[in-house]
Write a protein that binds this ligand. Structure first.
Ligand code: NAD
Length: 325
C-alpha cells in the first residue's frame, strides 16, 4: 500500500511507519516536528519506499502520486504538549483533520483517525465502551485536546455520511514503549525517568487513580488492522488490564531496582479517576487484542531508556552541554 502518516516522526507514528515499511508498504511521513524527533525515523530514511516531508498539516497541501491510505496521528498528545500548544492542538484536530480527510477523498483512500480515550473525559461509566458519549469539561485546561479529538471524530463521520469517505476511527488508550520522551509529562515516561535518575516518583492524589497501559507493538498491530479494514469504528484500542498509578510506580521501582521513594502531589484539574477500555468491538471487528503483559512491556521500555541516556537529560541541559536536543 501507499500510506501517508501524519505525525510519523512521533512516538506512535514512528513505530507505525516502521511496521508499514517492514511489510513492504511505501510510506510518506508528514510532520512539523513540534513534538516528534528526527532521531525516531533516522533509521527509516534509507529504507526503500520511505520519505518524510516536513510540513504543518493545518495548512492545506497537495500530494502527488497515488495514495491508498491516510493515517492522521499529527497532534500534540501529551498533557504538557497540549498545555504548551493549545491553539495548535485545536488546529490539528480541526483544520488538520479536514485537510487530511480531503486528501484521502481526492485519492479515494482509506482515512484512519487516531482519536483518544480522552473523548470519554472523566468517565461516569466504567469500563468504557464505544457507546458511551463521555463526560468532558468543554472549557477546562484539557479541553483543547479532548474537544479537538471529539470534533475530529464528528468531522470524520460527517465526511463519511455526506461524501462517502472511507473513514475509520480508533480511540487509543494510554500507550507506552521505546521512543517516548522522558520529559513529555506522561505517567510511564515520568516514572521511569525519575526511577533511573534516583528522584522520588511523583504520584497525584493518593495514586489510586487507574489507567490501562498498552504496549506500543500491540497498538501498532491495531492501527495496521484498522488501515486494512473497511470498518468505520469507532474502536477502542487499549489494554483492558487496569492498574492504579501507584501499582505502576511500584512495578517501575521493582524493574529498575531503584530505591527512589514516592512523592504525592495535588491532583491536576479534571484528571480522570478511572480508565479501562472495553475492547469487544476491536476483537470482533479487527480480530485484535493486546498480547504484551505490562511487566514485559515496561522492561523493554526501561531497557530502551537505559540505552539512550541522552534522552533522560532535560532538553535545556542537553543544549547547555552541547548536545542536540
Ligand atoms: P507524539 O507527540 O509523539 O506524536 C505526535 C506527532 O505529531 C509529532 O511527531 C508531532 O511533531 C506531530 N505534529 C503535531 N502537530 C502537527 C502538525 N500540525 N503538523 C504536522 N505534524 C504535527 O504523540 P503520540 O503519542 O505518538 O501520539 C500520536 C497520536 O496518537 C496523536 O494524535 C494522539 O492524540 C494519539 N494518541 C496517543 C496516545 C498515547 O498514549 N500515546 C493515546 C491516545 C491518543
Amino acid at each position: 500500500m501507499r500510506v501517508v502518516v501524519s505525525g510519523g516522526s512521533g512516538f506512535l507514528g514512528s513505530h507505525l511507519c516502521e511496521a508499514l515499511v517492514r511489510r513492504g508498504d511505501s510510506v510518506r511521513c508528514l510532520d512539523n516536528f513540534s513534538s516528534g524527533r528526527s532521531a525516531n525515523i533516522a533509521h527509516l530514511l534509507s529504507a526503500p519506499g520511505f520519505d518524510c516531508t516536513p510540513c504543518d498539516v493545518t495548512v492545506p497541501f497537495r500530494a502527488s502520486g497515488d495514495i491508498d491510505a491516510v493515517v492522521h496521528l499529527a497532534s500534540p498528545a501529551s498533557p504538557s504538549d497540549y498545555a504548551r500548544l493549545p491553539l495548535e492542538t485545536l488546529a490539528a484536530g480541526s483544520r488538520g483533520t479536514e485537510n487530511l480527510l480531503r486528501l484521502a477523498l481526492r485519492h479515494r483512500a482509506r482515512f484512519v483517525l487516531a482519536s483518544t480515550s480522552e473523548v470519554y473525559g472523566d468517565p461516569a461509566v466504567h469500563p468504557q465502551d464505544e457507546d458511551y458519549w463521555g463526560n468532558v469539561n468543554p472549557i477546562g485546561p484539557r479541553s483543547v485536546y479532548d474537544e479537538a479529538k471529539r470534533f475530529a471524530e464528528a468531522l470524520s463521520m460527517a465526511y463519511r455520511r455526506s461524501r462517502g469517505a472511507d473513514v475509520g476511527i480508533v480511540r487509543i488508550f494510554n500507550t507506552y514503549g521505546p521512543r517516548m520522551r522522558a520529559h513529555d509529562g506522561r505517567v510511564v515516561s515520568t516514572l521511569i525517568r525519575q526511577a533511573l535518575g534516583g528522584e522520588p516518583l511523583t504520584l497525584f492524589g493518593d495514586g489510586g487513580q487507574t489507567r490501562s497501559f498498552c504496549y506500543v507493538d500491540d497498538m501498532v498491530r491495531g492501527l495496521v488492522a484498522m488501515i486494512d479494514a473497511r470498518e468505520p469504528g469507532p474502536f477502542n484500542l487499549g489494554n483492558p488490564g487496569e492498574r492504579t498509578v501507584r501499582e505502576l510506580a511500584e512495578l517501575v521501582l521493582l524493574i529498575t531496582g531503584s530505591d527512589s521513594g514516592l512523592r504525592f502531589l495535588p491532583l491536576p484539574v479534571d484528571d480522570p479517576v478511572r480508565r479501562r477500555p472495553v475492547i469487544t468491538r476491536a476483537r470482533e471487528g479487527l480480530g485484535w487484542h493486546p498480547r504484551v503483559p505490562l511487566e514485559e512491556g515496561l522492561r523493554h521500555t526501561v531497557d530502551w531508556f537505559l540505552s539512550q541516556p541522552d534522552t533522560l537529560v532535560r532538553p535545556q541541559e542537553q543544549s547547555a552541554v552541547g548536545r542536540p536536543s
